[in-house]
Design a protein around this ligand. Structure first.
Ligand code: GUN
Length: 291
């Protein structure tokens, strides 16, 4: 029987587990605060940010949202970040990616106070993660680790194939799975759009993570019987629905579910975990800034 990994349920457990820490912070007069910043017209980004704000409200995090006109000068974004860096009520800052064309996203990420960088994208935090001394684990990779843990999926000695080399998912996840730790110790192969014979790599894997943004790239023929398949993809494909599209992962769910030992659905798999781990990092940030 294939386990369908229930990201909504695991995310709800994570949110519940934060309440004790939030209560302790409240008792010291601190309400964890998260600022989200959007400078983009991308409807998917707008949806993600509003879901993150709703999550904050649900758990008792003070959510602040700043929207910057896409034709505003870059200075407006930098000024906003500087202001948030200096605001003691803001413990976490998330600048939603991708930014509108013409903005230097590396410079933007560098301008965030690393202590408030709850995405874990600042070069200082990336360096710490690679060195095995992380402060904030990026939310999607950390959420995937929590899903594997919740379903007792062993990473120790496992062959893991990560398809995708983004700074947001592929690279940090590969580093986390590789590390010498209870939730690591995997043998990690990172594949991408130029990989030759992808199928040969995935077919021998115990864990396959698809984070490449290609609808239904991973099919049943690419997966070993009993393997764990984690689908990070959220692709909008044209469809005869009310909205004119449907959301499809990077995995052919119906086909792969026939062979996999465990699989995440889209939606309801990785997505809720990304959001839950953002709350986790924000509470952690409030604690670190209170020390
Ligand atoms: N865009 C897609 N995923 C993410 C994320 O985890 N953080 C930010 N800031 N932008 C994203």
């Amino acid at each position: 029987m294939t386990d369908v990994i229930d990201g909504e349920a695991v995310a709800a457990d994570i949110r519940d587990s934060l309440s004790g820490s939030i209560d302790r912070l409240n008792a010291e007069g601190i309400e964890p605060g998260l600022a989200t910043v959007l400078m983009s017209d991308d409807p998917a980004s707008e949806t993600y940010v509003s879901m993150k704000q709703r999550d904050c409200e649900a758990v008792g995090i003070d959510g602040i949202h700043v929207e910057i006109d896409t034709d505003a000068p870059a200075a407006e974004l930098y000024d906003t970040i500087e202001e948030l860096n200096g605001d003691p009520g803001v413990h976490g800052i998330l600048v939603q990616m991708p930014l509108v064309d013409g903005i230097d996203s590396r410079r933007v990420l560098r301008s965030i106070d690393p202590m408030k960088d709850v995405d874990g994208f600042h070069p200082e935090n990336v360096g710490r993660l690679v060195a095995g001394n992380d402060r904030y684990r990026p939310c999607t990779p950390h959420g995937i680790q929590k899903l594997l843990e919740a379903y007792d999926i062993e990473t120790e000695g496992a062959d893991a194939v990560v398809i995708g080399r983004s700074n947001i998912v592929g690279k940090p996840l590969a580093n986390l799975l590789l590390r010498k730790a209870d939730d690591g110790n995997a043998t990690v192969t990172v594949c991408h759009s130029r990989t030759h014979d992808l199928e040969e790599k995935t077919r021998s894997a115990d864990i396959v993570v698809a984070a490449v943004g290609i609808p239904e790239l991973v099919d049943a023929g690419m997966v070993r019987e009993g393997a764990t398949v984690i689908d990070v993809g959220v692709n909008r494909v044209d469809a005869d629905t009310e909205k004119g599209y449907e959301l499809v992962g990077d995995v052919d769910y119906e086909g792969v579910a026939e062979v996999a030992g465990a699989i995440t659905p889209v939606p309801g798999g990785v997505g809720p975990m990304t959001r839950a781990m953002l709350l986790y990092n924000t509470v952690k940030a409030a604690g670190l800034q209170n020390d």
